[in-house]
Each structure stands twice: as structure tokens, then as C-alpha cells.
Design a protein. Structure first.
Lengths: 232, 232
DNA sequence: CGAGCCACTTGAACACGTTCAAGATGTCGC
DNA sequence: GCGACATCTTGAACGTGTTCAAGTGGCTCG
């Protein structure tokens, strides 16, 4: 269904106060039901009924069931920024800043872990507008990468300056790996993922520092060459 | 639907020659249609009709539409092994062996790139039996990891022996990253992914060799500690 | 105050994956 | 040959996401 043509733009934005209200009502109801029953077991009919509107009305505001998730996505992104703010204002150590940003991201996602898996399913599809690599997601993606740029620039860490242009994106990619782990993490409270962050961040910190080392210069160059090749 | 209880076992294996034949017929038809029209646009009704059987008959042999993909999955795994065989018999250089295994994997997948994306969508769901990390996939997964163990052991490369127990799985993980890139790769013939392999393999080769370096001993330890922590 | 317009709302209808009770087909023991 | 049993095979029916032609309501302009 989504295979041929993924919807490129969301359904119409509301133009009146009444519309805005209905839209919010449907969205809130959907999020509540998703959390209560999970994504798959929440039907569009149930959402409409609980919200007291017709099924077609939900489709007036949201192009598909997936688009309801996209809202959640954007919301989480904004919350991530807000939650990471204090840490970035306080810490100067790179490891602390990175850990802060990553933990903040997981903090925001945690209450939704149960249905984030289904969310992830559709997000994983390359043609889906929900994909973190898609053009439609470029806004939130850039914002997230910016968060890592900020974590980097506000720190006292020293590293090979050649790395600077690409490091934020690499860190974001590592964070995507963490999120991937989190999605699959069945340990209570996703504690395993917390351990992953706490273990991986010092490692990354150390590697970044090592980039100043002479022996590793060729490796750094090789990494950068690879990135440049892939980028065109 | 798959959210609550993912089907743990495939539908009944055929017990008669007739059954085996019907099963094969349905499978071949499905694969043909998947390639022709893509996964989403191929309906179970179409498969049944083209195969000349009733819709319910397909469900007698395959628990769901996803299970049809699982067949493809297993088949590709076996083919990967076969395709990688000659390279592993010929080469002794680690980089050449790794590149051989990875290129062989992509070779096998390439004809199915168009519908592998949809395949990937369901495989990405953590609760899906199709997930490369799932218990149901442990057979193919172990086989794939074994392929990398073989690539490692048959090579002349030297590295920190402490790495040996974990390296095959790490290499497999890197390969999963390559596959992920391939799925998203829209360049003609997925040439970009080939470049990724050719660029990343020498890098991995070099890093593995560097593990013997004194300065990097702490980093190696840190990596191994992290892995051990995550593994329990 | 009325006509026209636009934003919104409705719910029946559609196509799809999936289920299942009923039947058809073969095979084996006697 | 024949009954009994396991192995298939059938297609109508169900629940789902989604569409769309037909409304409904309130606002503006004259």
C-alpha cells in the first residue's frame, strides 16, 4: 500500500478553531489508546468512537493511521530538545554531554516503549515518510543532529579538527543505533540500553580523543574518505 | 495483529508428494508476483488465483503472507553460503575474504531489491519471527555469523586473541549495517553499497590489525567489557 | 436577511489479510 | 473392494484500514 506512493504531505491543516479542537481530540484519543492497547490492536473505528467522531473525520485530519504516529514523532523530538537542555547548559565534559543527550532521548521515549515497536516497524520502511532518513523527517533529523553538534561544540574536548564537519552526524548515527537497541530491548525498564549508553559513550569519547594521535591519522583519513565517497 | 502473539511455528509441512508440489507451486508463484509487482501490491487472492488454488490453500502451507517471505529469507541464506564458498577457498587475506563474503551476500539479495524493502519492514519489527535477532531466525543468523568466523579463521591476519570470541558476531553486525544501507540505497544497482563495502572493509581490516597495538589495548578492553556487559 | 461558499462531518462501501467449517482426495488394513 | 483415517482443498465470511459522495453548519457579502 505504502509501496508505490508514500503520502508526501499530511492531510489538511485545520483552518478554524473548531477544526483545531477536533484534530487535537482525535490525536489525544489515539495516543491514549495506543498506549493502552498498543498500536496494532487500536482500530481507527475505536479511535473515532472514543473521540465521538466519524471514522472519516479522522482521515480528514490524518492521512493514515501512520500519520498519527508522525505527530508523536515530532512531539518526542521537541521534548528531547527540552529535556537535554539543562545538561547541555551545565556540563562541559564531552562524555557527560553525550550521555546527557542520549539518556534524555531515551527518557522521552520510555513511556511509549510498548507501542514504539510498531511505530518502528513502519518507520523502518525506506519509502515511509516516517523513516528517520527520509526527506519528510529532515526537520526533526537536522534538529537531532544539531543537538549533537551542540554537545560537541560546548565541550572542552579536543580532537582532529578534520572530524568536526562529520562528527555530529556520526554521533547521531550512533544514537540511532542506541535507539535501535532500545526498540529491541526487553530488559525491565530497558536497563540494558542504559548500560549500553554508559558503556559506549566513554568509548566514543576516548576514540574522539585518540583522533589526535599520530598513528591513527591514516585511520581517521580513511574514515573521512569513506564518508565523503558515500556522500557523493 | 502480530503485536500480541507472533506465530511461533510455520504452518504444517506437507506430508505427501502432492502436498509438496502444491506448496512449491504456491511459493514459486508468490515469489514471481512479488518480484513483478512488489510485496504490498501482490494480494493473497492474486497468488492463489495465479497458482490455480483457493486462497485458503495458501494458508494451509504458509501461516501468513509474511511466512512466504521467511522462505525467501532461508533460501537467500543458503545461497549466500554457496556464493561465498569459492572466495573463502581461494583468498587468504582477511580484507579480501571479508569483502568476498559481504559482496556475495549483496549479490544474492540484489535481484530482489525492489521488494526486499517491504520484506525489511516486517523483518524490522522486534516481535516478528523474521527479525534477524529473533529466536526463530537463530538458525540462519548462526550460519551467517559462522561465515564470518570462517572468513576470520582462514585468513593470515593477526590480532588481539581476546577479540576472537566476539569478532565474528561484530563482523556480522557490521554486515547487518551494510544490509541496512543496501535496503535504503537508491543508487543505480545499489552501487553506493558496493562502495561502502569496499571502503569499510579495509578500515575494519586495519582496525582489527591495530588491536595488537599497545596504546589501543585499553580501548580493546573497553569494547570487550561493553560487549560482556550487554550479554549479561 | 438570504445566497453562496468553504470548512468540516458523516457512514456506507471497498479491498485486503485472515479464519474456519465443510467437503474432496488419497491411503492403509482387512 | 471397502471402511476409516489423515491429508489436503475449498470459498464464504469476518475485521481491518481506507475512500468518497453526500451532507451540515457557520461565515461573509450584498
Amino acid at each position: 500500500m505504502t509501496e508505490q506512493t508514500a503520502p508526501t504531505t499530511a492531510a489538511g491543516e485545520p483552518a478554524t478553531a473548531r477544526g483545531e479542537q477536533t484534530r487535537q481530540l482525535i490525536l489525544d484519543t489515539a495516543m491514549r489508546l495506543f498506549r493502552e492497547r498498543g498500536y496494532a490492536r487500536t482500530t481507527m473505528r475505536a479511535i473515532a468512537q472514543e473521540a465521538g467522531v466519524a471514522v472519516g473525520n479522522a482521515y480528514y485530519y490524518f492521512g493514515s493511521k501512520e500519520h498519527l504516529i508522525q505527530e508523536f514523532y515530532a512531539h518526542a523530538q521537541a521534548e528531547h530538545r527540552a529535556t537535554a537542555g539543562p545538561v547541555l547548559a551545565r556540563e562541559t565534559d564531552l562524555a557527560a554531554r553525550l550521555a546527557g543527550v542520549m539518556h534524555a532521548g531515551i527518557d522521552v521515549l520510555t513511556p511509549s516503549h510498548s507501542f514504539a515497536a510498531s511505530f518502528f516497524k513502519t518507520a523502518a520502511e525506506p519509502t515511509s515518510p516516517l523513516s528517520p532518513f527520509s526527506a519528510e523527517s529532515s526537520g526533526p533529523r537536522e534538529a537531532a543532529i544539531g543537538l549533537f553538534a551542540e554537545a560537541l561544540d560546548g565541550s572542552t574536548a579536543r580532537f582532529d579538527p578534520e572530524l568536526r564537519p562529520h562528527l555530529p552526524e556520526l554521533l547521531w548515527l550512533a544514537y540511532m543505533g542506541v535507539v535501535l537497541h532500545w526498540v529491541y530491548d526487553r530488559s525491565p525498564g530497558q536497563a540494558r540500553t542504559r548500560e549500553l549508553i554508559d558503556g559506549a559513550v566513554p568509548l566514543v569519547d576516548r576514540l574522539v580523543g585518540l583522533s589526535r594521535l599520530r598513528v591513527l591519522r591514516p585511520v581517521t583519513r580513511q574514515v573521512l574518505d569513506l564518508i565523503r565517497t558515500l556522500r557523493h
